[in-house]
Ligand binder design. Structure first.
Ligand SMILES: N=c1c2ncn([C@@H]3O[C@H](COP(=O)(O)OP(=O)(O)OP(=O)(O)O)[C@@H](O)[C@H]3O)c2ncn1[C@@H]1O[C@H](COP(=O)(O)O)[C@@H](O)[C@H]1O
Length: 116
């Protein structure tokens, strides 16, 4: 796992014992999964808007900032569900080198009614 993800994951785990008054992450845990998912959705939307702006303006600062917010809140979501981010990285590793088009063709062949 990257050192950055490892360090953040460790802090997110520690924040499960922290008070919501002293920690943003603890305040999210206290508000619960629906609030955390709301933040993920909000940050995803802000990332899309920033990326559309970046595609026109060519400036990248906002899209980097918003993507960091999105990744961070996704890590909070995983942590709140007690899912190790390494499992997501393992899944990406498993897919590495497997063409998305081939994977989709195999999936459609096995389940012809699947539309996604
Ligand atoms: N990486 C982050 C990080 N990225 C973004 N944020 C916070 O995420 C929030 C983003 O939400 P918004 O932009 O919508 O701001 P907001 O209006 O305050 O949010 P709402 O009140 O609407 O929920 C801001 O409060 C940011 O400060 C983060 N907060 C914490 N971390 C990491 O988590 C660690 C633990 O943080 P604490 O639990 O606060 O100590 C920190 O040391 C950092 O490493």
């Amino acid at each position: 796992m990257s050192d950055t993800i490892k360090r953040i994951t460790q802090v997110l785990e520690e924040r499960k014992q922290a008070s919501p008054e002293s920690s943003y992450v603890a305040s999210l845990y206290q508000k619960g999964i629906n609030k955390i998912l709301e933040k993920v959705g909000e940050e995803a939307t802000e990332t899309i808007i920033a990326a559309k702006d970046a595609a026109v303006s060519g400036t990248h600062d906002d899209v980097i900032y918003e993507t960091a917010d999105l990744w961070f809140h996704s890590l909070v979501m995983l942590s709140s569900l007690n899912i190790d981010p390494q499992q997501v990285l393992d899944e990406l590793d498993r897919r590495f080198g497997l063409s998305g088009l081939e994977e989709k063709a195999a999936r459609t062949k096995n389940n012809p009614t699947s539309s996604s």
